[in-house]
Design a protein around this ligand. Structure first.
Ligand code: SF4
Ligand code: MSK
Length: 660
């Protein structure tokens, strides 16, 4: 590595044992190499960047230049800000701004998908087409659009017009509010939190958190719910549904994960980010015969395309493209020296990637007008001519392959898992073609084979050992007969641990194991990227509609967790789960001060209002205990707790019956 490139060299700073940083063997191997190579990663920066304790607890405000004002978390009511803002106002406003940022990220992504859909439908874009017309009809029907005897193009035009309201509408209710169970919707109406349109809610959230506007924590929290719901039942749901319509609805597929999916003798290209259209076009480009030929002329055996983070989670289920790792492995994989180009779009792209890429001569290529990175190569992606960008990325990657100088070391670790459980497929899988419905799932919950359902989602974070909390939490849940649905980086943590394969059923409790073995499914169902958390909302609504488990989402024996979260999107996701009625627990650190009114409000009072509520714990077994306690509590309220106490009959019981 050239001396001048060692701008990422670690100065004499604190170092910790790599085994305390990650449970991912491949990432650990690359962190060892990074140390030998003198290359810095987020883990090194985290160790040497002590979080500001006041900021971590959300006890400071910099919303105007009379401040910044710092309050005392140990004695939260001893001081107020210069303007008089209390700790509750300050924390609620900070929380509201995180929700707004998270909602903006997902809804802007959803709007891009909807723009693409419009251009495909009106014929202005030829490179993509409607791949799943059945899903198009189902989505249209779910929001009251007539489909009988109509042409797909006409239905699609109507669907576009309707879904555009998700973003631009200023009064009324967003279209997918029609999918919300009636009692949940009535609660929202009573509380005044049904989203009107995402743009309006996000704008109002930012307005109300400006200095001198909303200064009651409970009223600010209402707008947090309304904004977050505009994401979960709005922007994110549109993104998921339109992506399925354009690129295909996922169904189970066996895929390889981990860094061993890189191939030393191939041109390796990684796609990292969130937008499936970039990846879809890249698939076309890497299969372009002239480019494959070029790669061979450069001495490669071919072109190897792999995904990371949520981009990877989107396409692995649609195309079986291998996945190389989650958020905290994106710098580490560049240390292999085997990556010829990492191509990124939006969200969760660490700026630190640019320096690591530079150290190994890898092209870091930004493609989205919203996301440029100093030091990266920018090749803009245009949906009208998508291959202009992706072909150029491939050409750059081939050039780098030809001129590789970095020493290559690829961890030889690959895991196989089955992913792609859309809510449609769960319905089909459990019900079969004669009984396609959520009835079998509900019945198995009622009879106690399945104790409840957990959504375990979210990021990885250098403040906790990578993947450890996800994996230990999920193991404990399935051991206790809780079926786990997963998205985003959490899903990849479990895939690397081998828990997304049907064979993992042996780790489940007897009831869940019986169901998994009957159906041939894993006890952990990977359902997509972080934007696809909306699939969990739809599954929950279907469970309510199917009957027998209460009238609202808040009645269901379900719980959610993001045990290694880091992003504002995660906070927004948490809030839309809570507002939808789900008990939701976060790990790492919660940005809140104990013994405050705001904490009591979101950790307790929201539940009393018919919504879900927040909770916090760090230890995976403690998180599992709290989730199971909530599930059991719901079972008791539904009067189905007795079913779990049934005694399984052994042979002597049967003999007694026969003798009687
Ligand atoms: Fe301080 Fe109030 Fe200004 Fe915030 S808005 S910085 S609490 S004076
Ligand atoms: S990518 S938001 S680190 S899940 Fe969706 Fe992963 Fe969290 Fe980003």
């Amino acid at each position: 590595m050239a001396e001048e490139k060692k701008n990422a060299v670690i100065k004499k700073k604190k170092e910790v044992n790599i085994r305390d940083l990650t449970t991912c063997d491949a990432t650990a191997q690359m962190l060892e190499k990074a140390r030998r190579d003198g290359v810095e990663t987020a883990w090194d920066r985290a160790v040497n960047m002590k979080p500001c304790p006041i900021g971590a607890d959300s006890a400071c405000c910099k919303h105007c230049s009379m401040g910044p004002c710092r309050l005392n978390a140990k004695d939260p009511y001893a001081k107020v800000g210069v303007c008089g803002a209390t700790i509750d106002t300050i924390m609620a406003r900070n929380f509201g701004r995180m929700v707004a940022a998270g909602a903006a990220a997902h809804t802007d992504h959803g709007m891009s998908m909807l723009d693409l859909f419009r251009e495909v439908v009106n014929g202005n874009i030829q490179d993509y087409k409607i791949k799943d017309p059945i899903k198009l009809e189902e989505v249209a029907q779910s929001i009251g659009i007539e489909i009988e005897g109509r042409a797909i193009k006409d239905i699609a035009n109507d669907l576009y017009e309707e879904l555009e309201r998700t973003y631009t509408q200023v009064e009324g209710e967003i279209p997918f509010a029609q999918r919300v169970p009636q009692k949940t919707l009535e609660t929202w109406r009573k509380l005044g939190i049904v989203p009107r349109g995402a743009m309006r809610e996000i704008m109002e959230m930012i307005h109300r958190t400006h200095m001198g506007v909303d200064q009651h924590y409970a009223n600010i929290t209402k707008q947090c719910s309304r904004t977050a719901l505009a994401d979960g039942w709005g922007g994110s749901m549109v993104a998921t549904e339109i992506s399925d319509i354009l690129f295909g609805t996922p169904s189970p597929i066996s895929i390889e994960v981990n860094m061993g999916v890189l191939k030393e003798d191939h041109v390796n290209i990684i796609i990292h980010g969130h937008e499936p259209n970039l990846f879809e076009s890249m698939i076309e480009s890497v299969n372009e015969s002239t480019l494959v030929e070029e790669s061979k002329k450069a001495g490669a055996m071919g072109i190897n395309l792999v995904g990371m983070c949520c981009s990877g989670a989107e396409v692995l289920v649609r195309h079986g493209i291998p996945h190389a790792g989650n958020f905290m492995s994106t710098e580490a994989i560049l240390v292999t020296g085997a990556v010829d180009a990492m191509c990124v779009d939006v969200q969760c792209i660490k700026q630190g990637l640019a320096k690591v890429a530079d150290c190994y001569g890898t092209y870091l290529i930004t493609t989205n007008p919203r996301c440029h990175i100093e030091g990266a190569t920018h090749i803009e992606f245009h949906e009208h001519e998508p291959k202009e960008c992706t072909d150029e990325v491939v050409i750059k990657a081939i050039t780098r392959f030809k001129n590789r100088t970095a020493k290559i070391e690829i961890p030889q670790i690959k895991n196989i898992g089955v992913h792609g459980f859309s809510h449609e497929y769960i319905r089909y899988m459990l019900g079969g073609s004669f009984r396609t419905s959520y009835r079998p799932l509900n019945d198995n919950i009622i009879n106690g084979r399945i104790r409840g359902v957990a959504g375990v989602v979210g990021c990885t974070n250098p403040r906790v050992k990578q993947d450890y909390v996800h994996v230990e939490l999920v193991k404990e849940l399935i051991k206790n007969d809780v079926l786990v649905l997963q998205t985003g980086c959490s899903q990849i943590a479990l895939a690397k641990a081998g828990l997304t394969s049907p064979e993992a059923a042996v780790l489940a409790g007897p009831g869940l194991r019986e169901v998994c073995e009957t159906v041939g499914m894993p006890p952990v169902l990977g359902i997509g990227s972080c934007v696809d958390n909306s699939r969990i909302l739809i599954a929950a609504s279907e469970m309510v509609r199917e009957g027998g488990l209460g009238d609202s989402i808040a009645d269901l024996p379900v719980a959610g967790a993001a045990p290694e979260w880091m992003s504002e999107k995660a906070i927004c996701i948490g809030q839309y789960f809570v507002a939808s009625g789900v008990y939701t627990i976060f790990g790492v650190h919660f940005p809140i001060v104990d013994n405050t009114k705001f904490k009591k409000h979101i950790f307790e009072e929201l539940g009393d209002m018919g919504l879900g509520k927040w909770d916090f714990a760090k230890d995976p077994l403690e998180i599992a205990r709290l989730m199971i306690a909530h599930i059991d509590n719901r079972r008791k309220a539904l009067g189905i707790d007795k079913a779990r106490e049934r005694v399984l009959m052994d042979m002597s019981d049967r003999r007694d019956i026969d003798a009687a």
